[in-house]
Write a protein that binds this ligand. Structure first.
Ligand SMILES: Nc1ncnc2c1ncn2[C@@H]1O[C@H](COP(=O)(O)OP(=O)(O)OP(=O)(O)O)[C@@H](O)[C@H]1O
Ligand SMILES: Nc1ncnc2c1ncn2[C@@H]1O[C@H](COP(=O)(O)OP(=O)(O)OP(=O)(O)O)[C@@H](O)[C@H]1O
Ligand SMILES: [Mg+2]
Ligand SMILES: [Mg+2]
Lengths: 152, 149, 152, 149
């Protein structure tokens, strides 16, 4: 049991470090402490240009980028045919929205379908197509959207 | 496999929708309260996601106001042809279909799993939950790895 | 005890309905059910153009607007000299950001100081002044910001 | 009363800051990780907010990396003149000052309360918590009213 876990963590840690580094320019590590069944998965994330810090003191945006890199890392180890994101970029500034879009592209590149709900132009501009959802009197409908008309 | 179409009947704010889907990245946008989350939830619902991601205390709350039945169907293109999987609610009990015929839940879940669809935490990041992945305790995080080992 | 609670709820409910209605064009109600010590505070919110619905099925943006109206209602009953908001507009679209800005103006109008952290132009453009925060190598600094140069 | 100036020494990512504040609405913006939340937290810290809003498991984690002491001072203009209230951390124990002189915690809290500053939930909406006010259970919500009745 310990062996299988250690092997999976090894692969996941490698993918997490690689993807977080590629996407953000910072560095990330992951390792297993303790042994089965009291094992724990430790994570350290160092945003670009910052000294190492406790995970709890990362900012909302820094945590979001780390979490999204983790999703992509798990996906690299165990791919899924579809990924659904609902405003995962809510706390991201423009630069980090572009990093999120890179992560979406990594997921789609391996053949998966990616549906991403967003209110932000930086994220949506990376999509292959955009669906608009509207409501009238409590009933929702879907229309096609042309990005060039999208309000900034 | 790729979901080619989502057909929704009376799921939350969607009364009737036939939505073709394509591979790659599809952006979804629109004003607050328009139904974006409901659309993602309708897909997550068929794929077996439960609980907090569907924002409903009871299954019956997923049925459109005033209707008695809800059903969401996914048309999935696979290497060996097209499969359609549906999940629905009548009153407050759920039902499943494959190719239009009612089947027990385990059969629908088995088919989805065979196609690679798993209702794992990392395949649906619900609104407002993204930082939770990092805020979990190290002990809880081991659960992530157990699913993939 | 019941009397004081009922009185406070009466004033709060009136302020909540008035502010939510003014700011969003929808309607909101609040009432006390049960009696002390098992009393519960019930809330119903009906966004503009929608039929009545359970609180749990409101969208993220609709919940945010309701919660911010609740803050302003409590403030009307028991004012504070200062209010701090940290990206409370993260899930809001442009129209609702303007509603948030109206709420900030209601708070400031009664003489309170309001500090609002935001990444969104629609919210920031209502502020009386804007402070920019920057980081270099892990050390934060504050600079004045001119809104006209603020990236959209 | 109005806070006229915030003086920070070694609070999280702020090593040394003297920031004049004005009445009305002050917007604060900047890139992710620049220190916006830390700035609000430094004010909330003096006003007596604890727990989740300060994102630190221990008081000592609020002190800037590498420093041994942190202190935040608020210069508050009141009708009867100016008062300065400080809260600080040395190692992992806290201390308070009024007008530069060390005082016990209850004296500082009393002064802030007299000026109308209360560390209530509705005076500081921390990042990511806004919808929690509406998602509370009806029973929990009664707590809101108890504070104001
Ligand atoms: N069972 C139901 N029947 C009809 N309408 C429903 C039902 N459940 C929820 N709704 C409606 O769905 C709307 C919310 O939709 P949704 O959460 O998808 O919005 P959204 O586009 O994600 O908005 P946001 O940008 O604020 O997150 C609510 O206004 C609610 O009235
Ligand atoms: N004790 C400390 N000493 C030094 N730096 C710290 C300390 N605690 C936290 N930090 C730093 O503060 C930064 C986060 O700041 P903060 O949370 O204020 O960012 P923010 O501007 O609110 O970002 P966002 O827009 O993502 O919410 C982290 O990068 C972290 O390294
Ligand atoms: Mg939503
Ligand atoms: Mg922040």
């Amino acid at each position: 049991r310990d062996g299988a876990l250690a092997d999976a963590v090894g692969r996941l840690a490698e993918a997490f470090s690689k993807i977080y580094g590629e996407v953000s320019g910072g560095s990330a590590r992951m390792w297993l402490s303790g042994s089965w069944p009291d094992a724990a998965l430790e994570i350290e994330v160092i945003p670009p240009g910052k000294p190492p810090t406790r995970l709890e003191s990362l900012s909302g945006g820094e945590k979001s980028v780390a979490a999204l890199a983790l999703v992509a890392a798990v996906a690299a180890v165990r791919p899924s045919p579809i990924y659904l994101f609902d405003e995962a970029d809510a706390m991201l500034d423009a630069e980090n929205c572009r990093r999120f879009a890179k992560i979406l592209r990594i997921l789609a590149y391996s053949g998966s379908q990616v549906l991403v709900v967003s209110l932000k132009r930086e994220t949506l501009s990376e999509a292959d197509r955009i669906l608009g959802v509207t409501d009238s009197g409590g009933r929702s409908r879907v229309v096609g959207v042309d990005l060039s008309r999208y309000p900034g | 496999p790729t979901i080619r179409e989502v057909r929704i009947r009376n799921f939350k704010s969607f009364r009737s929708l036939n939505l073709p889907l394509l591979p790659g990245i599809t952006g979804i946008t629109g004003p607050n309260g328009s139904g974006k989350s409901n659309l993602l939830e309708s897909i997550a619902f068929v794929l077996g996601h439960r609980g907090r991601g569907l924002r409903a205390a009871r299954l019956g709350n997923l049925v459109s106001r005033g209707a008695r039945r809800a059903e969401v169907t996914l048309k999935i293109a696979t290497r060996s042809g097209e499969r359609t999987v549906s999940r629905g609610i009548r009153g407050s009990t759920g039902f499943y279909r494959i190719g239009g015929r009612i089947v027990p839940r385990y059969r629908a879940e088995l088919l989805l799993r065979e196609l690679g669809y798993r209702a794992d935490w990392y395949t649906y990041v619900a609104q407002g939950t993204v930082t939770r992945l990092v805020e979990m305790s190290p002990r809880e995080r081991v659960g992530i790895v157990e699913e993939i080992s």
